[in-house]
Design a protein around this ligand. Structure first.
Ligand SMILES: [Zn+2]
Length: 297
């Protein structure tokens, strides 16, 4: 069996994959420090009855030195060069351990167990506070051998005169399609702060202004997706992430917008494995380990 550990910004999930079934063993709110995460992993190990572990995959935000399994930097946890794989190895001695960026891991999860099972070339996009991406080309994850994540699509410039982005540039894709943008548009339209979920509920109830907000989000989503699809001749886009409450509204407009922006006949797919995609991906990483980096799986 293979173990997956998904260290998210809000929750940590621990799962086991056995005979291609994912058993989620436990989850907990993500603590402040990675040392505390290690303590949770120690606790989890105590409850594992089956000890036949062939590998462990860890998914979390950030870049990694894949040779050492160290997390290069994490603002969320306030660490630099944190030896995450080494720490987990102390808990599970002699078990091979690998680490991967969470967006990439979710892309792997989609490739093997989600909407990408039968698609050779696609981009997985994770929509939330930002927008994460992972490219699958010829059924292989596009990854740098240096360990750097490829797919940082959030800061692709969609409009050089657009809103200021947290990265310092103007008009990045993220500024047009993030969860914050939905709330920002709602404030302009309704004069008060609304969460993306509240905005969606209004749209679902038939509110024209709220519907307009999601139409605009879909328009800018289409602009970015068309760029990616046209460059890489992709067949599909798989959408995941936390701010997809309004998926049926957004997707309807997105499909229309994409028709005018790309010649490729692109499928728009909603993730079926949702917030478990990166945990599934981590268990695949556990199986293929460093082959993921050399594209030999
Ligand atoms: Zn930016």
């Amino acid at each position: 069996m293979y173990l997956g550990i998904d260290i998210g910004g809000t929750n940590c999930k621990f799962g086991i994959r056995k005979d291609n079934q994912l058993i989620i063993e436990s989850s907990c709110p993500t603590p402040e420090t990675l040392e505390e995460v290690i303590v949770f992993i120690e606790e989890w190990k105590k409850n594992l009855t089956d000890k036949n572990i062939k590998g462990i995959g860890i998914s979390m935000p950030g870049n990694f030195d894949y040779k050492t399994g160290a997390l290069v930097e994490s603002k969320r946890f306030g660490v630099k060069n944190f030896p995450i794989a080494e720490k987990v190895e102390k808990v599970f001695p002699r078990i091979p351990i690998s680490v991967l960026n969470d967006g990439q891991s979710a892309g792997l999860g989609e490739l093997f167990f989600g909407g990408g099972k039968e698609i050779a070339n696609f981009v997985f996009l994770s929509l939330g506070t930002s927008i994460g991406g992972c490219f699958i080309i010829d059924r292989h994850i596009l990854i740098s051998r240096s360990g750097k994540a490829i797919g940082r699509v959030a800061h692709m410039i969609i409009d050089p005169n657009g809103p200021k982005c947290r990265c310092g540039n103007k008009g990045c894709w993220e500024t047009f399609v993030s969860a914050a943008r939905i709330s920002q548009l709602a404030k302009t339209m309704f004069g008060k702060y609304l969460t993306p979920l509240e905005t969606y509920q209004k749209a679902k109830a038939g509110d024209k202004k709220a519907k307009e907000i999601f139409r605009e989000i879909a328009y800018y989503l289409a602009c970015g997706i068309a760029n990616l699809v046209n460059i890489l001749s992709l067949e599909a886009v798989i959408l995941g992430g936390g701010s997809l409450n309004a998926r049926e509204i957004v997707i309807q407009h997105l499909k229309k917008e994409l028709k005018g922006k790309t010649r490729e006949n692109i499928s728009v797919i909603c993730s079926q494995i949702g917030d478990k995609a990166s945990l599934w991906g981590a268990t695949m990483l556990a199986e293929y380990q460093k082959n993921i980096y050399s594209n030999e799986y």
